[in-house]
Each structure stands twice: as C-alpha cells, then as structure tokens.
Design a protein around this ligand. Structure first.
Ligand code: CO
Length: 288
C-alpha cells in the first residue's frame, strides 16, 4: 500500500515537473532558394516536428539565402533569431536537429552558434539538446546506402549512378563522404559518389566510368535538397557540369533531381537522431 502511494506521488511530481518545462524544436539546414527543392526540407520538418510537444521552427544558416527569401516575402530565421523566438514563446527545453548530411563544417558552425547564444543568454534555456546530422555511425551509413539505392528509378542492366555530395575543403566532412563513397561502391560497383568541394572530386570518378564501359549514368544529388548545386553543377547545361562532362565522354546522363529529404527512410533517420539527442549545449560541462 505504502509503495502504491509512493508511486502515485512520484507520478504527480513527474507530471508537475514536465508541466513546468516547455519544450520546443528547431530544425536547422543550410537553406535553399530553389522553389522546387523546398518540399524536401518541409517534408523533414513535418516528420521531425510531428514528434515535438511544443513549437517547431525552421532556421537557415545561409545569410544569402535568407536575404533572397526575405526579398520574396518569406522570413526564415537565423539560428540566433529562432532561438530568441523560442525563448520569447516560453520554451526552456530546446531540441535542435541538424539537417546536415555529415558532422562537418556547417554542423560545427551550428554548435558554435548555439554555444554563443546560451553564453550570451545564461539561464534562458534549461537545456539545448542537439541531434546529430545524418551520417555519424556505420549503422547510419548502411541505412542511408540502402534507402538511397532503393529510391533510385528502375535502372537498366549496366546503368551507372553518380551521387553528388557537397564536401568541404575545411573540417572533417571529407572523410565521412569518402566512407560513404566506399560504402555505396561496395554495395553496388556501378555506383560512385563524388563531391562539389573537397577531396572527393568528380575528376576521380569520370575515368572509372569510362573504364567500366558505362553507357548511361543516373545523376542523383547526395544533399538534403536538389537545389542550386543539383540544378547547375550536376545537371546544368554548362560545359563543366557533371552531365555535360559525362555527355562529352559519349555517355548519356540521366538526372534524377530528388533531394535526400524527399526520401522517407532519410527523414526517419533524422527523426531517430532527434529522439536520441544527448549533447546538451546549455550544460556543456555535464557528464552524459
Ligand atoms: Co555549396
């Protein structure tokens, strides 16, 4: 009997504690101003946001893109402005989910932005937990390889696939993308991944396509959105786009401009990372 009362008391205390805390969620992407690319981001916001028990905001880190959108009448906040908005709405437990592909430079920047906010505004948030980007573990990579390959259009025998990742000259992202390139190629020897920036250049892939005697090449962005890079650098008409370089080799490029955010399995992985977020940047000294 006594145990029953203790349990009831505990339940009351716990529900009171959660009533005092107000949760909110912030999803952060680089951003896009390409209208057709945007549903990929909105779909991830919808999937992850459905799990939140408070306000859900989307922030873009790119100043240029936010300015462009503002000129067209849409105000997407910066990370700083979005954290401010959540605080103004009384949120004190924030869950930030990175919509980046790799724990690379853009993700490090996001962490620094949050740390700057909580340092300048001490006590505003009880916790600011951050969910990892898409690819941080081997398990993530296996999931991503299988869902991305499954989402491709039906290929003819001998069709190759080239995935375009972003990459970066700075930070640790290139190693993650190199691991992804290896994993895709191991899963299917006719699939290659290269990046716009950084070490995993398309220059390395083109001779391999030639050597494999490939005739048709599917082109798939390996980014959250099929935005500017996909439209221009991957599939655009300019001489140095990947599609043009493939065509110049006598092969047929077949652009499949679907952002990763449009793939359900990718959205589920972001959601899983949000659910398992443990890093609390409002209490960085605390042992986890
Ligand atoms: Co770029």
């Amino acid at each position: 009997m006594k145990r029953f009362f203790v349990a009831v008391l505990l339940c009351c205390l716990l529900s009171a504690a959660s009533a005092w805390a107000k949760g909110g969620m912030l999803l952060v992407a680089f951003g896009t101003s390409v209208d057709k690319a945007r549903p990929a981001i909105d779909a991830v916001v919808k999937t992850c946001g459905a799990q939140a028990d408070g306000p859900v905001l989307l922030a873009f880190t790119s100043d240029i893109i936010r300015k462009k959108l503002a000129a067209a009448g849409e105000n997407v906040p910066s990370v700083n402005a979005a954290l401010r908005q959540l605080a103004d709405q009384g949120v004190d437990e924030v869950l930030v989910q990175s919509l980046h592909i790799a724990p690379a430079e853009e993700y490090s920047q996001l962490e620094r932005m949050i740390v700057r906010f909580v340092t300048k505004n001490p006590g505003v948030f009880k916790s600011v937990k951050v969910g990892y980007p898409l690819l941080v573990s081997e398990k993530d990579l296996n999931t991503v390889v299988s869902v991305v390959l499954d989402a491709l259009p039906e290929r003819r025998r001998g069709d190759a696939v080239v995935l375009m990742g972003h990459g970066n000259d700075r930070g640790p992202g290139d190693l993650v993308l190199a691991a992804a390139a290896t994993a895709f190629h191991k899963a299917d020897p006719l699939v290659w991944l290269a990046t716009v920036e950084g070490a995993n250049s398309f220059d390395r892939v083109l001779p391999q396509l030639r050597a494999a005697g490939v005739k048709r090449v599917w082109l798939q962005p390996f980014m959250l959105v099929a935005g500017d890079h996909a439209v221009n650098d991957l599939a655009g008409p300019e001489e140095d786009s990947w599609a043009s370089r493939i065509r110049a080799e006598g092969m047929t490029p077949l652009p499949h401009l679907v952002g990763l955010g449009e793939i359900e399995g990718i959205r589920r992985l972001f959601l899983e990372h949000a659910r398992h977020a443990v890093i609390d940047l409002a209490a960085p000294g605390k042992a986890e």
